[in-house]
Ligand binder design. Structure first.
Ligand code: SF4
Length: 367
């Protein structure tokens, strides 16, 4: 039986102008002929009459959506348009060097109201060393251009743990980012995945000690500057949390369209093929995971605890007929006494220290 349709949509644009040394996303070098064919497939998928037309959030990520040339960028916006009429949050991911005035004007015209910019570092030498093709001054110009053209809900992304970046340099990064007053800041810890240039160069991810100290320093600075730490790696000004990403963390359903995109509909979590040839030839054989009640419980624990909304114990009991607190009392109380968890109004939440060891806590909470 068909359940409620998702209220959120993720669209993946896999093209990039150049490939960063650490990148493990589904991406490939931009070539116009591939991008044209790709858009034809997307247009077909986005016009599927089964899709919910009253979407609440839309997120266009990548890759680099702004790597598309203007005429193709416009085609993309037009294809999404019928689905975006009621969206309260409509985000595009951008790289500073390809965020041009013409693209900003197009996005504004089509209702895009949030931009996420991959800054990664504010040190030009570090950016060059990881094969990013922008400078911090490009970021300053991009933010200024966005604001002058009426888009002021801006997320800036940083990476924690890039090679040769000390805690002192990271502190400078955060202060540089703060000088631009974004509404939202994401800071993800570097992971080194197979087949990336970083892996070939045998670069190590940051140590636990470095990550802990760096996250603590970043958190202190951001809290003191009026940001709320609402998810492990995300901070926002009041009222500017990412509604789209909250869909994931609340364990709600969402469509995933495009190469390698993940989605969650009814009781199926899926990931589209990462093979461009197959995707372009309409052979999107996706990997599917049927979500059992037990999986649903585990996702609920794992995802809800990531944010300061926490895990509502009464709701959990009601949904799964399983009293998590009663059954895991010893584990929960032990984490509470070590200051990793706390309970507020019958909602289980992780402290700052708890967020940094969440994987372990979550495993201990599974049945
Ligand atoms: S721009 Fe983003 S998606 Fe593209 S290679 Fe760099 S990190 Fe990966």
């Amino acid at each position: 039986m068909r359940k409620n349709k998702p209220n959120s949509l993720y669209i993946h644009i896999p093209f990039c102008e150049s490939i960063c040394d650490y990148c493990d996303f589904t991406k490939l070098q931009y070539f116009r002929n591939f991008a044209e064919k790709y858009l034809s497939v997307l247009e077909k998928e986005l016009s599927n009459p089964e899709l919910n037309k009253d979407l609440k959030t839309i997120y266009v990520g990548g890759g680099t959506p702004t790597s598309l040339e203007d005429d193709l960028f416009l085609r993309l916006l037009k294809a999404i348009d019928p689905l975006s009429k009621k969206a309260i949050e409509y985000t595009f991911e951008c790289n500073p060097e390809s965020l041009t005035l013409s693209k900003i004007k197009m996005m504004k015209e089509y209702g895009v109201n949030r931009i996420s910019i991959g800054v990664e570092s504010t040190d030009d030498k570090v950016l060059k060393a990881i094969n990013r093709h922008h400078t911090f001054s490009d970021v300053i110009k991009a933010v200024d251009l966005l604001r002058k053209n009426g888009i002021d809900n801006i997320n800036l992304d940083l990476i924690l743990g890039l090679p040769n970046v000390s805690e002192k340099m990271l502190e400078k990064d955060i202060k540089n980012i703060l000088s631009l007053s974004p509404t939202h800041i994401s800071c993800y810890s570097l992971t080194v995945n197979e087949h990336t240039v970083f892996s070939i160069k045998k670069i190590s991810p940051p140590s636990e000690e470095f990550s802990y100290n760096a996250y603590k320093m970043i958190n202190n600075i951001l809290i003191n500057n009026g940001y709320e730490h609402y998810e492990v790696s995300n901070w926002a000004k009041k009222g500017k949390r990412s509604e789209h990403n909250l869909t994931y963390w609340r364990n709600e359903t969402y469509y995933g369209i495009g190469l390698g995109a993940s989605g969650y509909e009814d009781n199926i979590r899926y990931r589209n093929t990462t093979n461009l040839n197959k995707y372009l030839n309409n052979k999107n054989i996706r990997e599917e995971e049927i979500v059992t009640i037990k999986d649903l419980e585990e996702y609920q624990i794992m995802l809800n605890l990531r944010t300061d909304e926490g895990l509502d114990l009464a709701k959990f009991l009601n949904l799964f007929k399983y009293d998590l607190y009663k059954n895991k009392k010893e584990v929960i109380e032990s984490y509470i006494s070590s200051n990793y968890l706390y309970i507020e109004n019958n909602v289980l939440k992780a402290t700052f220290d708890g967020l940094l060891i969440l994987d372990k806590i979550v495993i201990d909470l599974f049945r």
